[in-house]
Design a protein around this ligand. Structure first.
Ligand code: BGC
Length: 740
C-alpha cells in the first residue's frame, strides 16, 4: 500500500465523531457540476449529508431560495454475516481516510471488529468524474479476516433527501430491476426535474443473489453472497444525474447515459477523469518548498475552487460556501468576483468567463432591484441565486439568542457589489484581451451599473459634492454609514471606466456603440451626467496625514485596544454585541486597505503606510471575516513586512483545515480559498500587472526555499519559478521567470 503523499493528500487517521461536520466539509469531492460532502456511505446520526448540484435552487422561507440537497447517491448499507457495519458499534481497529487533491479520489480504509468479534477490512473509494460530469462512482472492497459468512449490500437512491429538515423534492416516478434503478423527482416550487439512474455491480466467486426493492421514493438494489475468511469482494455503485437544466428529458438522458457506461465502469471512467485533473493542475498548481503546511493548504484551497467551478454552465456561479455545505444556502456574494475569480481569470479564463456570464444573464434581476429601490440601471443583489434578484434574508435569528431576530441590512445597503462585478470584468478583460466578451456582455453590465451609481449619488448642496449615504462598506461591523470611502471610490471608478469604455466603443466599434445607445437609451447627456457625478464624488482623504477615513465620523468612534482583549476565542461582535461593535472602531475586515489593494494607484507609499498602521491594529483578524487575512497579507507584503504577511497568510490558509472560526462545518470559506491564491501569487510572488504587461517583485517568507506558480496572460501560459535567494530588493530577479 502506498502512503498518502503529504504534499497532495489530506489524511485523517482516526474516526472523530465530535468533529464530524468539519471533516465532512474537508472531505467534500466534486467536479464543477455537483459536490458531495464527506459523509460516510453507511450514514450516522447528526451528519450533515448533502450533495449539491449547481443551479438547483428551490424556494424556502426566510432565505428565499437555497440549493436543494439532491437525492443521495452515496447510500450503502453493509451487512456482514448478519451484523450491520456501523462504526458506532463494535470496535474500530484501524481507520484512515484520505483525499487525494491530485485527482479528487476519496478513500477510507477501516478494520472493524463487530460486536460478535468478526473482523473485516473495508476499503472505500469514491470520485465525481471530471471528464463525465454526470457520473459519480463509489466502490468498496470487503475482506472478512477471521470468519466466513454472508455479505449483504443495499444500495439505494434516497429521494427523501432534505435540507436539514426542509424537504424540496416531490416524487415523479421510479423503478428498480435487473441490476439498475432510477428515480425521477422535481423540486416543489422551482419545478426543476432531476433524474438519478444507478447500477450496482459485484464480483464474487460464490453465487450472488439479487433483489430489487421498489420502496416508494427509495428504490434499492440488494446483493447477497458468501465469503470465506481472507477472500475479498468488490462492489461498485455508479450513479448518473441529469436535471431539466441540462435537458428537457432528464430521465431519458440519465438512463441512456447509464446504459452506455461499461459494467463495471470504474476503470474506463477513472482514466479520463485522472487525465483531466492532471491538465487542470498543469495550469494552476502552486509549489512551495520549505513549508509543508503552506504547501498542502494552498493546494487544498485550489482544489476547493476547482471542484466548485462550473465548466459547462454559464448560468451558475460559485456560492460563498462553494457547493460544500448549507452555509449561506448556495448564495453568491462579492466573494466570487473579488476573491475567487482572479484565480480563474489568471489560470483558467474559460471558467472566469462562465462566472462573469452568470452576472450577465442575471442583469434583469439587478435591474429589478434598482427599480424596486427607486434607482436606475442595475443594482446587483448582495446575495444572488438563480435569477439575480436579491435573496439576502431580511431577518435571521440572533447568533447568541435564537429566540430574538436580527435585521440584516446587507441586502438593502451593501451596494459596492455592483462595482465589484465591473472590477472583475475589467480584470478579466485586461488579462485575456477578450474584447468579444466585453463587446457583447461586459459593456451592458458596465453601463447599467454606472447608471445605478449616478442615480444613487446624493448631491450635497452645502459642500457642492456627491455623497453616498446609508451604506455598509466591506467592514460589516459598521452599518448605516455615510460616505464609506470604499463605496465612494468604487462609484467613481465605475463611472469613469464606463465613460472610457463608451468612448473606446465609439472609436473602435461604432456599430456596437450605436446598438447600446438604442437598446439602453443611452444619450450623450447621460454620459455627461456620469462625468459630472464622477468628478464631484466626495473622497474622505486627509492630505496632511495621508489617512482615509473609513466613513463619516469613523475616527470619533470608540477606540478599543484589541491586544488588551487577548486571549480571546470570539469575534468582537460576539463580545460587544452588534450595536456595541458598531460604536467602536474595530473592523470585521479590511475596508480602506481593501480599497488600497484593489486600486493601488489611489495611495502613495506614505499614505499606504499610514493607513496600514492605523487600520491593522483595529481589525478583528482572527475572528472577524474570513475574507480579511489574505488581503491583509498582501498589503503587508507590499510594505515589506514579511513576518506580518506570513502570519496573516497562515490565518487564511488554516481557515477551513483548522476550523479557525468553528463554522467550517457549514462549508468551505470560498473567498478565503481564493484569497490564499492571491496572497501567494500577488503577495509573496509579487506578480502585478500594468499597462506594460506583467512584472514580478517577489517577497518570499524567509523560510520558503522556492515558490513556483502558473498564470496566463493574454493567452500565454507562464510558469514562474522563484528560488529564495534571501532578502529581496524591490527589483525583479533576473533568474526568476520561465516563460512556457
Ligand atoms: C463578510 C462578507 C462576505 C460574506 C460571505 C460576511 O461575513 O463580511 O464580506 O461577503 O460573509 O462570505
Amino acid at each position: 500500500m502506498q502512503l498518502p503523499d503529504p504534499a497532495w493528500c489530506i489524511t485523517q487517521n482516526s474516526w472523530e465523531p465530535a468533529h464530524q461536520r468539519h471533516s465532512e466539509t474537508i472531505f467534500t469531492i466534486g467536479n464543477g457540476y455537483l459536490s458531495t460532502r464527506g459523509v460516510f456511505e453507511e450514514g450516522y446520526p447528526r451528519e450533515s449529508r448533502a450533495t449539491f448540484l449547481h443551479g438547483v435552487f428551490d424556494d424556502v422561507p426566510i432565505v428565499f431560495t437555497e440549493l436543494a440537497n439532491i437525492p443521495d447517491w452515496l447510500e450503502l448499507t453493509i451487512l456482514l454475516d448478519g451484523e450491520h457495519y456501523c462504526l458506532n458499534m463494535g470496535e474500530v481497529l484501524f481507520f484512515e481516510r484520505s483525499l487525494d487533491l491530485r485527482n479528487g479520489l476519496l478513500t477510507r480504509r477501516v478494520r472493524w471488529r463487530s460486536p460478535q468479534g468478526n473482523i473485516t477490512l473495508l476499503e472505500f473509494e469514491r470520485f465525481a468524474s471530471l471528464a463525465d460530469s454526470h457520473s459519480t462512482l463509489l466502490r468498496v472492497k470487503i475482506t472478512p479476516e477471521n470468519y466466513s459468512g454472508t455479505v449483504e449490500i443495499h444500495a439505494g437512491i434516497n429521494g427523501e433527501a432534505d435540507n436539514e429538515g426542509y424537504k424540496h423534492w416531490e416524487w415523479l416516478g421510479q423503478a428498480a430491476h435487473n441490476g439498475s434503478l432510477w428515480l425521477h423527482t422535481r423540486t416543489r416550487a422551482s419545478q426543476i426535474e432531476l433524474a438519478a439512474a444507478a447500477r450496482l455491480s459485484l464480483k464474487s466467486q460464490s453465487d450472488i443473489q439479487m433483489e430489487s426493492w421498489n420502496v416508494h421514493n427509495h428504490p434499492t438494489l440488494v446483493r447477497r453472497t458468501a465469503l470465506r475468511a481472507g477472500e475479498s469482494i468488490e462492489i461498485e455503485k455508479v450513479v448518473v444525474y441529469y436535471t431539466s437544466r441540462d435537458t428537457s428529458h432528464p430521465l431519458d438522458a440519465a438512463r441512456q447515459h447509464l446504459a452506455e457506461l461499461p459494467n463495471p465502469a470504474w476503470d474506463s471512467l477513472w482514466r479520463p477523469h485522472q487525465e483531466n485533473w492532471e491538465k487542470e493542475w498543469q495550469t494552476c498548481d502552486v509549489e512551495i518548498e520549505g513549508d509543508p503546511e503552506a504547501q498542502i493548504a494552498v493546494r487544498f484551497s485550489l482544489f476547493q475552487l476547482l471542484i466548485a467551478a462550473p465548466r459547462q454552465d454559464e448560468h451558475v456561479s460559485i456560492g460563498a460556501k462553494t457547493l460544500s455545505g448549507y452555509g449561506y444556502r448556495g448564495h453568491v456574494f462579492w466573494d466570487t468576483e473579488i476573491f475567487m475569480l482572479p484565480f480563474f481569470t489568471y489560470t483558467q479564463p474559460a471558467i472566469a468567463r462562465n462566472l462573469l456570464s452568470y452576472r450577465y444573464h442575471n442583469l434583469d434581476g439587478a435591474r429589478r432591484k434598482a427599480r424596486a429601490n427607486g434607482f436606475e440601471g442595475a443594482q446587483y443583489p448582495w446575495e444572488s441565486a438563480a435569477t439575480g434578484d436579491e435573496v439576502t434574508p431580511t431577518w435571521v435569528p440572533h447568533f447568541a439568542d435564537r429566540t430574538k431576530m436580527v435585521r440584516i441590512w446587507t441586502g438593502d445597503i451593501e451596494i459596492h457589489i455592483s462595482a465589484m462585478i465591473c472590477y472583475a470584468l475589467c480584470q478579466y478583460w485586461k488579462a485575456t484581451g477578450d474584447d468579444h466578451f466585453i463587446l457583447h456582455r461586459g459593456a451592458e453590465i458596465f453601463f447599467e451599473v454606472a447608471r445605478f451609481w449616478a442615480s444613487r449619488a446624493e448631491w450635497n448642496k452645502e459642500h457642492s459634492r456627491y455623497e453616498f449615504h446609508d451604506v455598509i462598506g466591506p467592514d460589516e461591523y459598521h452599518d448605516h454609514v455615510d460616505n464609506n470611502a470604499f463605496t465612494n471610490a468604487f462609484a467613481r471608478w465605475t463611472l469613469q471606466n464606463a465613460i472610457r469604455l463608451y468612448s473606446w466603443l465609439t472609436r473602435n466599434h461604432p456599430d456596437i456603440a450605436a446598438t447600446y445607445c438604442e437598446k439602453l437609451h443611452l444619450m450623450p447627456a447621460e454620459l455627461q451626467q456620469w462625468q459630472d457625478v464622477a468628478e464631484k464624488i466626495y473622497f474622505p482623504y486627509d492630505p496632511q496625514t495621508g489617512l482615509i477615513e473609513q466613513f463619516d465620523g469613523y475616527f470619533q468612534r470608540r477606540d478599543v485596544d484589541l491586544q488588551a482583549l487577548e486571549p480571546r476565542s470570539e469575534s468582537i461582535q460576539s463580545i460587544f454585541g452588534i450595536e456595541g461593535a458598531n460604536l467602536t472602531q474595530v473592523l470585521k475586515q479590511p475596508d480602506v486597505l481593501m480599497l488600497a489593494y484593489l486600486l493601488p494607484e489611489l495611495l502613495d507609499e506614505r499614505s499606504l503606510q499610514a493607513n496600514y498602521d492605523y487600520y491593522t491594529p483595529r481589525t478583528d483578524h482572527t475572528y472577524g471575516s474570513s475574507l480579511g487575512p489574505s488581503i491583509q497579507a498582501i498589503m503587508a507584503c507590499r510594505l515589506g513586512k514579511q513576518e506580518d504577511a506570513y502570519e496573516h497568510f497562515m490565518r487564511a490558509a488554516r481557515a477551513d483545515l483548522r476550523d479557525v472560526r468553528g463554522n467550517a462545518g457549514d462549508g468551505i470559506h470560498g473567498a478565503s480559498a481564493g484569497g490564499v491564491w492571491q496572497a501567494v501569487v500577488f503577495g509573496f510572488g509579487g506578480l502585478h500587472m500594468d499597462q506594460h504587461g506583467w512584472h514580478i517583485v517577489p517577497r518570499l517568507p524567509s523560510h520558503w526555499k522556492r515558490l513556483k506558480f502558473h498564470f496566463t496572460w493574454r493567452g500565454h501560459p507562464y510558469l514562474i519559478d522563484l528560488p529564495n535567494h534571501g532578502p529581496f530588493s524591490s527589483e525583479a530577479q533576473d533568474d526568476s521567470r520561465v516563460s512556457l
